[in-house]
Design a protein around this ligand. Structure first.
Ligand code: C2O
Ligand code: CU
Ligand code: CU
Length: 514
């Protein structure tokens, strides 16, 4: 992210904070401009990028917090020291008895994130985060969802093509102690999806406290490809979440909440603080989920080596795409394969963020592993001429910031249906991120209950690693993205910005599929 962008973001924040109770389309007040001078902004940018001067960084961080000007692009992450082996979430076992039945409970618990301290957390079937739900294409799945929290929650299956009444949007709220049995048939292809709560106005806090888990779908085709698939050995789930811990090492959401997206200085991967990953000299598949409330990540190897991306949110790419870096905005997933037999493991290895912060150090043993492969052809995803020529039938305009966020000028109203679409009919939606006069920010846009295709970004073909099934897409300020979308099931589905605070603040609409 360029410095210019950061400055723009800061300036917008200042505008809003310095009393823009007025409508943001009004002319800029000169006084607001001078609320912070150029040196101040440069100093902040500098400090955010300078990793060695920890003291300095924290000073500015606090300064920003006090002035309520924190923004995800400004606070950088502390480097992982690599002192803890990465935790691998368990795979959820089926309930005893006939069929594919699972029980998923939302619970409170205590977790030793820091040695010797208990942090209050939320989790599914445990104290923190959740297990992996592993389904096969063709399964008829029944899930008993139980709310054991002291507050309302829902169980949303992000990326799963399920009927509206199983989708777990804000209409499906369960009170404390309530349970609900849902059932659906898995019809979509192999992919890495996830689940999290979706209660109205409370999604951000519940996810922040630990409610999130992965869903893997397998199919015969994915098993035949020969990709690394030993779970936890060379097929590694990675849930990236940034948090801020208070002096008592607690997650205190209301104290750190930022209406424009809550970011923290501490990265947890699969709930592990200061993680490292021990691997063999072999090809390793990393399934990355940006499970953060608001932070974007641009992943790179510290050696500058390339890797291949093999899957998007909802399935395999047709061919592996070779990359040196890859960005995921909140709720996006990608599967990448890194060939550790080809990388010099004498050097320090690690996954780093765009600004150089160390996310996940790798320790590669001398042992060679199994010989998996990355086939040249993995899928037959296509965009037909017919789809390309369809007229735009739905327009979505994302606008605003902080708690003044809207879609098509409106805030979420559970009583209002914004769009209707016919089941099984492909339509083209055009999504535009309207900048305000100070610039704007990226909004990650997500639609429930379906996987869609990106037709174009600002009229151009999407990049190669986006030519696959998606359910969440980043939209830059002033960018227009066209997607071809079809719903296989009926029901009412949400579409929204996946900066969770924006979602809670009403940057969400509903499409009724009938
Ligand atoms: Cu990750 Cu409305 O969803
Ligand atoms: Cu979703
Ligand atoms: Cu947003």
């Amino acid at each position: 992210m360029g410095i210019k962008f950061k400055i723009t973001v800061l300036m917008i924040s200042i505008l809003v904070i310095s009393g823009c109770s007025s409508n943001s389309t009004q002319p800029v007040d000169e006084a607001n401009h001078s609320a912070m001078n150029k040196e101040d902004m440069e100093e902040m940018d500098h400090s955010a990028m300078n990793h060695d001067e920890m003291g300095n960084k924290h000073m500015n961080h606090d300064k920003m917090r006090n002035e309520h000007m924190s923004h995800d692009e400004v606070i950088s992450l502390n480097d992982s020291t690599g002192e803890n082996e990465l935790k691998i979430p368990p795979i959820l076992e089926r309930d005893k008895g006939e069929g594919v039945e699972y029980t998923v409970r939302a619970q409170k618990g205590k977790t030793e994130i820091f040695d010797g301290t208990e942090t209050n957390t939320y989790g599914y079937n445990g104290a923190f985060l959740g297990p992996v739900l592993r389904f096969s294409k063709g399964d008829t799945v029944k899930i008993r969802t139980i709310n054991e929290l002291d507050e309302e929650t829902t169980f949303h299956w992000h990326g799963l093509e399920v009927p509206g009444d199983a989708d777990g949007g804000p209409h499906d709220s369960l009170k404390p102690g309530e349970e609900k049995l849902i059932e659906f048939k898995v019809k979509q292809e192999a992919s890495t999806l996830w689940f999290h709560p979706h209660p109205k106005g409370k999604t951000a806090e519940q996810v922040y406290n630990g409610l999130a888990g992965l869903i893997y779908i397998d199919d015969d085709h994915s098993k035949s490809l020969g990709l690394p698939n030993e779970y936890g050995k060379n097929d590694i789930p990675l849930i990236f979440q940034d948090r801020t811990f208070d002096e008592k090492r607690q997650l205190n959401y209301s104290a750190v909440k930022n209406d424009d997206g809550t970011v923290g200085d501490t990265l947890l991967i699969n709930g592990t603080l200061n993680p490292k990953l021990t691997l063999k000299k072999e090809k390793v598949r990393l399934r990355l989920l940006n499970g953060s409330n608001a932070r974007n990540y641009t992943f790179k190897l510290n050696t500058g080596d390339s890797f291949v991306q093999v899957a998007t949110d909802g399935g395999f790419l047709n061919e592996p795409v070779t990359l040196k870096e890859m960005t995921l905005t909140p709720s996006e997933r990608a599967e990448i394969v890194v060939d550790f037999s080809k990388i010099d493991s004498e050097k320090d290895l690690g996954l780093i963020n765009e600004d150089g912060s160390i996310l996940l150090p790798f320790e590669v043993s001398d042992q060679s592993g199994e010989s998996s492969e990355v086939p040249g052809k993995m899928n037959d995803f296509s965009m037909t001429e017919e789809e390309r020529n369809l007229p735009v039938t739905k327009e979505v305009e994302l606008f605003g910031m902080m708690d003044q966020v809207t879609i098509n000028g409106k805030k979420f109203d559970p009583e209002r249906i914004d769009f209707t679409q016919e089941q099984g009919v492909t339509e083209v939606w055009e999504i535009y991120n309207k900048p305000d006069m100070m610039g704007g920010m990226i909004h990650p846009f997500h639609i429930h209950g379906t996987q869609f295709k990106i037709l174009s970004r600002n009229g151009e073909e999407p990049p190669e690693n986006e030519r696959g099934w998606k359910d969440s897409i980043s939209i830059q300020p002033d960018e227009t993205v066209k997607i071809a979308i079809q719903f296989k099931n009926k029901g009412v589905y949400m579409f929204h910005c996946h900066i969770l605070e924006h979602e809670d603040n009403g940057m969400m609409g509903q499409v009724k599929v009938e």
